[in-house]
Design a protein around this ligand. Structure first.
Ligand code: NDP
Length: 422
């Protein structure tokens, strides 16, 4: 029988899970998972809600940012991420910590006009009315202005082929601001439609948040980078070379940046922020001069290694899912209830720490040594090892010729058999 998903969104939770159970022929154990992770108040956050999807949450330590100590909650399923962030932060702590700065925080939204026969004249008309249009924007979300934020400027860009983008810059205060900005944009779009006698194509926030940039820096005596048989000066030179390659080659740059985003996304998720917005903005920024490049740079003069990371960081400490998610609120508390600019700076520092740890490992022992211990843990758990069995299985796996699922399952079976025999 085929299941009926019509009006699925109108069904209550029991009906939904019953339909899915039937459609996918789930076992009672599988269906029980819906109940196990069900959070009643999440029912109305997304359409067609079934259950929550748990991800591991942990704490990165050793962070000193602008002379303040931080513990940083991170949500990630990748085994090595928190270890690497803590490790990178530990090295930087010995060198005095991270220094971070943020530009003024404004979000940019676009109203796009199309099929303009004279875009220059239309642009001039809109620019003439900029002050009035800013007032229209503020009136659409008055509480923002009352909080000291609001619409700041309006810029018109000709995109070619009869298209024009009216960019609205808004100080969104403590929020990420997407929804607030979209409300304001739709009001301004209406006014622009009347003014220009056109029907705007669309109005929406831009995730290219170039008016919300954040920078994290660190300066490390090269001796701190010593790793095994590699002396610190050599490691610093190799890190600088790796950074240079990420500026030259898109294949390397993509992975360089993925490592940075490992840390950034994990904190963004832990603090209830829109990590897709951060991701898209970061990658666009990485390609700002036409070539996709590494977001961070590392240089050395032989004595000091200097790292710097700048990227858009559109995060909020209110709004979105933050107020609904108790763990997000808890994580803000763990971070010392930062303001939005402070949170943005912490996140950038985590990205730079993550990057340092990855590059240092890559140019010395390789990342597999550190990774594999943690990956083996995941492998053992996936193969069904209990926490009590983990130490023995990990030890055996490290010496095994093949570190794969079948081998791990065999090792677990053998361990249990030995236990039964005893
Ligand atoms: P909200 O819609 O939740 O708006 C922010 C809320 O925070 C408002 O209710 C505002 O209250 C309240 N608030 C309380 N104190 C402050 C303060 N000091 N400063 C600012 N606001 C305050 O969220 P956002 O507008 O921030 O939008 C973020 C959400 O939008 C995220 O969930 C994101 O995923 C989503 N989104 C993202 C898009 C994207 O392209 N990235 C597109 C569309 C949505 P009041 O109403 O009284 O002002």
């Amino acid at each position: 029988m085929t299941a009926d998903f019509r009006h699925f969104y109108q069904k209550d939770w029991a009906e939904r899970t019953a339909i899915v159970t039937q459609a996918a022929q789930l076992t009672s154990v599988e269906t029980a998972l819906f109940k196990q992770y069900y959070v009643p108040k999440h029912h109305d956050i997304i359409e067609n809600y079934l259950t929550d999807y748990p991800l591991p949450m942990g704490l990165a330590v050793n962070f000193i940012i602008n002379d303040q100590p931080y513990i940083v909650p991170m949500v990630t399923e990748e085994p090595s991420v928190i270890a690497a962030a803590s490790n990178g932060a530990k090295i930087v702590k010995r060198g005095g910590g991270f220094q971070t700065t943020a530009t003024k925080r404004e979000m940019i939204g676009q109203i796009v006009l199309e099929q303009l026969t004279d875009p220059t004249a239309t642009a001039a008309l809109i620019e003439e009315q900029a002050a009035r249009l800013l007032t229209v924007a503020d009136k659409a979300h008055p509480s923002l202005k009352q909080r000291g934020g609001g619409a700041r400027q309006l810029r018109v860009r000709q995109l070619g082929q009869g298209y024009l983008s009216v960019d609205l810059y808004v100080d969104v205060q403590a929020a990420m601001g997407a929804n607030m900005l979209n409300t304001m944009l739709e009001a301004v779009a209406k006014a622009i439609g009347v003014l220009t006698k056109t029907n705007p194509l669309m109005s929406i926030l831009s995730n290219y948040a170039t008016a919300s940039l954040v920078t994290a820096k660190c300066e490390l005596p090269v001796a701190l980078l010593q790793a095994g048989r590699y002396d610190g000066q050599l490691v610093a030179q190799k890190i600088a070379a790796a950074s240079a390659v990420a500026q030259l080659d898109v294949y390397r740059a993509t992975t360089h940046n993925k490592g940075i985003m490992n840390g950034i996304d994990a904190v963004a998720i832990a603090t209830g922020n829109d990590w897709r917005a951060i991701e898209s903005g970061a990658h666009a920024y990485a390609a700002r001069d036409g070539q996709y490049r590494g977001l961070s740079t590392w240089t050395t003069d032989g004595t000091t290694l200097t790292g710097q990371l700048t990227l858009p960081m559109p995060v909020g400490v209110v709004g979105g899912s933050i107020k609904i998610n108790e763990l997000a609120q808890l994580n803000h508390k763990l971070l010392g209830n930062p303001t939005a600019p402070e949170l943005a700076q912490v996140i950038a520092a985590v990205g730079l720490a993550q990057n340092l740890a990855a590059l240092r490992a890559l140019v010395t022992t390789g990342i597999q040594q550190g990774h594999m211990h943690l990956q083996l843990k995941s492998l053992a758990l996936a193969a069904g090892a209990t926490p009590a069995e983990l130490p023995v299985i990990l030890q055996q796996l490290e010496q095994a010729t093949h570190q794969d699922l079948v081998t791990t399952q065999q090792l677990i079976a053998k361990l249990r058999q030995t236990k039964d025999e005893n």
